[in-house]
Design a protein around this ligand. Structure first.
Ligand SMILES: O=C1O[C@H](COP(=O)(O)O)[C@@H](O)[C@H](O)[C@H]1O
Length: 248
């Protein structure tokens, strides 16, 4: 488990551009080392802005996108084509600019395919286990080189919300969420143990309305109150901030 380090950028745009550069560095280094790379994406304002910045970066061709596995730490359990879905927003942000292998883009299941978020979560577990088997891993989880996360003004990460029991989940790695205080109410989410299995976890935060949540994360607030405070990557944990979110 790594310690939390913070980097502050002048604004949301420079945060997105600098983070895109960091993402490309991590994926390139992973492919140099083992020929493959993997990233766990998040939805929300900064998650989408970083993806758009990756897709338009002049350095994007340094990565062989056909050998990148793309996962999501959470998803809204709605119809597949819904603009509320993180997967749909990501595809829009990328706009076909990255030559990803569709078999390696692992969107979480939608309400078109499954009758409940729990069923979609089980399906994602099967998809994770299949990838782990292909990678020759011992357990049911593939390697994640990097996980990007947003932070809500209420301190939530992925779809793990303050005061909800799933924040304290220790065994399940992906679960269905039915009572999200932020619409839509039904979601699928990785839990903290799976988020924290990533080599690197970066929290991306912009906006003065999030300064209080950022301060709570930095102060190590109780995870039940501020889920983002429970995030720790195996090798690295970065809090990547725009100045307004840093409270400066
Ligand atoms: O609901 C969600 O919110 C978080 C944070 O979103 P933001 O727009 O406040 O940055 C996001 O990371 C998560 O994927 C999403 O489902």
């Amino acid at each position: 488990m790594s310690e939390l380090r913070t980097a502050v950028h002048p604004d949301a745009r420079t945060l997105a551009e600098a983070t895109a550069g960091r993402v490309l560095d991590v994926l390139t280094a992973a492919q140099d080392e083992r020929g493959e790379a993997s990233v766990v994406l998040t939805g929300g304002g900064m998650g989408t802005a970083v993806l758009a910045a990756v897709a338009t970066s002049p350095d994007r061709s340094a990565v062989d996108w056909s050998r990148v596995d793309v996962w999501w730490s959470d998803e809204r359990f709605t119809e597949g084509a819904s603009a509320e879905r993180n997967c749909v927003q990501a595809a829009e942000a990328v706009g076909g600019a990255l030559a990803l292998d569709p078999d390696r883009v692992h969107c979480m299941g939608s309400a078109d395919e499954f009758t409940s978020p729990e069923e979609a979560a089980e399906d994602y577990l099967r998809e994770l286990a299949a990838a782990a088997a292909r990678e020759g891993r011992d357990g049911p989880l593939p390697r994640f080189d990097l996980s990007l996360l947003g932070l809500g003004p209420d301190g939530h990460v992925a779809s793990l919300f303050s005061g909800r029991p799933h924040v304290h989940e220790e065994r399940a790695t992906v679960l269905g969420v039915r009572d999200s205080p932020k619409p839509p109410p039904q979601r699928v989410s990785m839990t903290l143990p799976l988020i924290n299995a990533a080599e690197r976890v970066w929290l991306l935060v912009a906006g003065a309305e999030k300064a209080q949540a950022v301060a709570a994360v930095r102060a190590g607030a109780p995870v039940g109150r501020t889920p983002g405070a429970g995030v720790r990557g195996a090798q690295e944990t970065l809090l990547l901030l725009a100045r307004d979110a840093a409270g400066a």
